[in-house]
Ligand binder design. Structure first.
Ligand code: SF4
Ligand code: FES
Length: 362
């Protein structure tokens, strides 16, 4: 018996006014013409609730680019789903937030690229983005919807973590996520320019510890470290096909946002199959579920049930094979790839390949 997923990440669209070079969307972005309709998404939400999903995260791209977002939130709420909006905030205003609030939206996660306007513009590539985000935060807090601020950390903003906490306090956020960049997709393309040094990582750990001390229970703090400096990997997604599912704008169903990079496999689509059948029986969800797929050293390792062999997509991106131990692991024969990347980043310049709808520049 397979347990139901806890969370559904609904990528409503890949369209976005920002161009962050660590975007978690795939390198090949889906166009507006291929997006699921409102009716499709409502049916998917019905199926998710029946399957036992508890939370739906409306994401993108920028989910507020979809004018049907309030209708989708209302539908999800009517099915008893907890609703979270993951947004850059740059399209948010009093009117559309009031519509979302009236639809029953439970929570907003607002992304910031930095604590300063210049830093935000350097990463997002959108003029005046920081002021629009600050205004969005004020509108959300004034409405009373619980707000989490999300800061993605890299070597050009890691020194401003204390100011990020100041900003969260000023804005009345209830939670802050300080999340070091994860190096897949666009992030991997820009790894040389983004990866912090070990000293910077250690300073960020001290800054987060100091903030935890300072705020106590007034502010919940999540901290995600870059696993390149760890010697054992994290259980990516809480285990493949165990807790999460992702649906792309065109309806492909994936165990994680980067799974489309897995070669030689067909991806199920909600236009053709039920969420239940996809979750329980599709090839992609069964591929790395559990531990029976594991080769050595994971097969006989006492951490195999703890970290599930790490991240399949990272293993694929760095070694060319998804079915080997995550190279972050010190027991992996590929660990040298991580150490070489750290050494390479130390002398890399800071020019970015920005996210763009047409994919990678040639
Ligand atoms: Fe995890 Fe595999 Fe490394 Fe063991 S050998 S710690 S299971 S990645
Ligand atoms: Fe796909 Fe980690 S991102 S398993």
């Amino acid at each position: 018996m397979i347990s139901p997923p806890m969370s559904l990440l609904a990528e409503l669209t890949h369209r976005c006014p920002l161009r962050c070079p660590y975007c978690s969307n795939p390198l090949s972005l889906e166009q507006k013409s291929s997006e699921l309709s409102t009716e499709d998404w409502c049916r998917v939400l019905d199926e998710a609730a029946e399957l036992g999903v508890l939370q739906v995260h409306f994401s993108g791209g920028e989910p507020m680019a979809r004018p049907d977002l309030p209708a989708l939130v209302r539908h999800a709420v009517s099915k008893g789903l907890y609703t979270n909006l993951i947004t850059s905030g740059v399209l948010l205003n009093e009117q559309n937030l009031a519509e979302l609030s009236a639809a029953g939206l439970d929570h907003v996660q607002l992304s910031f690229q930095d604590a300063t306007p210049d830093g935000a513009e350097l990463i997002g590539g959108l003029k005046d983005a920081q002021n629009r985000k600050l205004a969005a935060a004020q509108i959300i807090v004034a409405d009373g919807i619980p707000l989490t601020l999300n800061f993605v950390i890299h070597r050009l903003n890691v020194m401003r973590i204390p100011q990020m906490f100041d900003l969260a306090e000023q804005l009345g956020a209830r939670r802050v996520e300080i999340a070091h960049t994860q190096y897949y997709g666009w992030g991997l393309k820009n790894r040389g320019a983004l990866l912090p040094s070990k000293e910077q990582l250690q300073q960020s750990e001290r800054d987060v510890a100091a903030a935890r001390e300072r705020f106590g229970s007034r502010l919940a703090i999540d901290f995600v470290t870059p696993d390149y400096y760890a010697d054992e990997p994290k259980p990516c997604m809480g285990g493949w096909g165990e807790r999460f599912l992702n649906i792309t704008p065109s309806g492909r169903v994936l165990p994680c946002h980067a799974a489309e990079s897995i070669p030689n496999i067909s991806f199920p689509n909600v236009r053709e199959d039920s969420l239940k059948n996809i979750w329980e029986n599709s090839e992609i969800f069964q591929l790395f579920r559990g531990t029976s797929w594991m080769p050595e050293p994971c097969r006989s390792c006492d951490r195999r049930d703890v970290d599930k062999g790490g991240c399949r997509c990272q293993a694929l991106a760095l070694t060319g094979r998804a079915d080997v131990a995550d190279p972050v692991c010190h027991r992996s024969s590929h660990r040298h790839l991580i150490d070489e990347a750290i050494a390479e980043a130390a002398s890399h310049d800071e020019t970015f390949i920005y996210r763009q709808m047409s994919g990678l520049p040639s």
